[in-house]
Write a protein that binds this ligand. Sequence first.
Ligand SMILES: Nc1nc2c(ncn2[C@@H]2O[C@H](COP(=O)(O)OP(=O)(O)OP(=O)(O)O)[C@@H](O)[C@H]2O)c(=O)[nH]1
Ligand SMILES: [Mg+2]
Length: 429
Amino acid sequence: MGRFSYIETAPVPERALLLGIDRASSPWPVDRSLDELERLAYTAGAEVVARLTQRLDRPVPRTFIGSGKVEELVGMVRRLSIDVVIFDDELTPSQQSNLEHAVGEPVKIIDRTALILDIFGRHAKTREGRLQVQLAQLQYLLPRLRGMWTHLAKEQTRGGIGSRFGQGESQLEVDRRMVRNRIAALRRQLETLERRREVQSRARVESPAFRIALAGYTNAGKSSLLNRLTGSSVLAQDKLFATLDPTTRSLALPGGRVVTVTDTVGFIQKLPTSLVESFKSTLSEVLTADLICKVVDVSDDDWKRHLAAVESVLADIGADERRAITVFNKVDLLEPSERMGLARSHPDAVVVSASSGFGIDELMERLSREASSADRLLTAVIPYREGALLQTLHEQALVLNEEYLPEGTRLVVKAAPRLAAELERYRVL
Ligand SMILES: Nc1nc2c(ncn2[C@@H]2O[C@H](COP(=O)(O)OP(=O)(O)OP(=O)(O)O)[C@@H](O)[C@H]2O)c(=O)[nH]1
Ligand SMILES: [Mg+2]
């Protein structure tokens, strides 16, 4: 353990104050954005006791908020015994340290990025996920080391948000250079893992099943939908970023065709770009899918903004050209009239409830149609020694006609692109 004992979770929730800027130009009203920040804070184990906002079009370089606001903040922090102030926007290291000076120790000043990094650190389960989060945390920490130094040392005995950064490392005894070395080592480890994953995913891409990825805003119900569709029991929780590591399950669609469905990490507005970067390999599940299901929680008043945020991340990672459908989830929470209105105004979307099972059959039908519309029609003669291929065809393709010839089985099939490519060598028509 060394000099500092380490406490997993703060025994008493930290008292948090949220601070947001009200920009005329922002697509998100400040209250909405702070509602979301509050849910993030709650997920990280803090209790939000106050909010402060300021109308401002551009942040003030030195302290992000104006000097009058800083005074107001200091007053509130004292009066309400605040432990941590959470800014909704990313602070520069110097803004952070200037603000820390203003409020005085031991009050922490953090931002949305640090909060998300903290949650990711708690929820990452796989080795790769943990390494990615550690890397992102150290990259965040590095330019802030001076300001956070004494602070973190104190913090380590108290726990709470931000204190788990670089978890599992004796990071407190190290200086900047050692943090840099650690970053380089993490990068190397991740590269090795990534290469291994590439080999695996090449093997998978060669597996011919039609692949569906569930993508969407955090808490939209992606994991619940995976569970409902495939009868699995992936963790689904009313917390943000419950899922960090992708899970893939197979699913038999009506007609008997087998496809795979992958649950992925959720998106959020103002997702730190460093995180998008470090989760690229997770998101590659989305990038290589044959079909993306954009899952939307339509019971949330902000669902349109959520969908827009998801679409913009998809565009960022280059997945916006892929075939996609929209799935409106949680319609059990809507009035029947609202549900019908939604279906009418979005005839292309599928309306479901992962909880009640409403619309799931229709979703399966739709997935089946989507899978077969990508199919190619061809005729092939499969030699009798290719028993496994024949079986795969019966499971994953639509066999329209089958005839036994002396040289093999002659099949007329509709098969997904990857499977059709595999048949190319036996193709006769
Ligand atoms: N009422 C209702 N609640 C739902 C439905 N689907 C999911 N939920 C609830 O919504 C919360 C989030 O569900 P998850 O399946 O964990 O959502 P997710 O998209 O996987 O979320 P992250 O992994 O955190 O990004 C849970 O409390 C679910 O029980 C639904 O159709 N109706
Ligand atoms: Mg999930």
